[in-house]
Design a protein around this ligand. Structure first.
Ligand code: ADP
Ligand code: MG
Length: 270
């Protein structure tokens, strides 16, 4: 498995605005984990064409937790899919680290996704016949890499799954299944984790656990997380919120709280 050897193995626990965060900004390599430049995506053609992204230019900073918010149909999933190499732009560019995704063949894009990106979906997407630990290690097995045992241990402990590793998905609650999905996304130590409405199917307690784990993946494990949500409480776990409307970035909020997110959403509606 290819790995960015210039990146520190573990980034310091730092939330922007804290002294630790200032030290990180001054010292360790940071920069953009992903960038979109004039990203435009038109779904379909002719009379039924929909401009889902309309010239989005944005950076996702490495080692941070970024939330994407916006009304239904504003292009959140399309932006995430294009940043993650699951879908291609109509025009513009997406860069993942140093790589411009549009320059890659489909096979190269598949390999990059497998090796560098973790996904968490609203509907867990676990394989029912595999145990929790088999689900967690499957992507690494498919990528042909040997799992990093020490890292895997940290991930499993972070999501609190130690006692459930032999269970199949059907033997786990929704919250536990999503924890397996989060562990699976983190297991390969990806450059970036994308989560599309990861708490959409969960009650607020299980959802809170998942959000705390995603937060911990960033603060404690140094990962980069991008999460689509329409929940101001969920967005409050992030370091920064990007607001989308009609396929465009219409706002950014650093150090969000549920209250400030709600205020921002209201101000956009006026
Ligand atoms: P969100 O995630 O914010 O709800 P989406 O990115 O899913 O928004 O969709 C943005 C717009 O693009 C919507 O109008 C949606 O109907 C349209 N759209 C999304 N995917 C497709 C597709 N595969 N084919 C046609 N239209 C699509
Ligand atoms: Mg969506």
């Amino acid at each position: 498995m290819t790995r960015d050897t210039t990146a520190p193995a573990v980034r310091p626990a730092a939330r922007a605005g804290t002294p630790a965060a200032a030290a990180v900004r001054a010292g360790a390599p940071r920069g953009a984990a992903a960038r979109a430049l004039g990203a435009t995506k038109v779904h379909g053609s002719g009379g039924t064409a929909v401009r889902a992204l309309d010239g989005v230019t944005v950076e996702v900073e490495a080692g941070r937790f970024t939330a994407i918010m916006g009304p239904s149909g504003s292009g959140k999933s399309t932006l995430m899919h294009c940043l993650a190499g699951l879908d291609r732009l109509t025009s513009g560019e997406v860069h993942l680290g140093e790589v411009e995704l549009g320059s890659l063949s489909d096979a190269e894009l598949t390999r990059l996704r497998r090796e560098q990106i973790g996904f968490v979906f609203q509907s867990y997407n676990l394989i029912p016949t595999l145990s929790a630990i088999e689900n967690i290690t499957l992507p690494a097995a498919l990528a042909g890499g040997r799992p990093d045992r020490a890292w895997l241990d940290r991930v499993v402990d972070a999501v609190g799954l130690r006692e459930r590793l032999a269970h199949r998905p059907a033997e786990l609650s929704g919250g536990q299944q999503q924890r397996v999905a989060v562990a699976r996304a983190l297991a390969g130590r990806p450059r970036i984790v994308f989560a599309d409405e990861p708490t959409g199917n969960l009650d607020s307690r299980s959802g809170g656990e998942i959000l705390a784990f995603l937060r911990q993946a960033v603060t404690g494990l140094g990962q980069t997380v991008v999460m689509v949500t329409h929940d101001p409480v969920a967005a409050g776990y992030a370091d920064e919120v990007l607001f989308l409307a009609d396929g465009r970035i219409v706002g950014r909020l650093r150090e969000p709280t549920p209250e400030s997110v709600l205020d921002h959403v209201k101000s956009l509606g006026e």
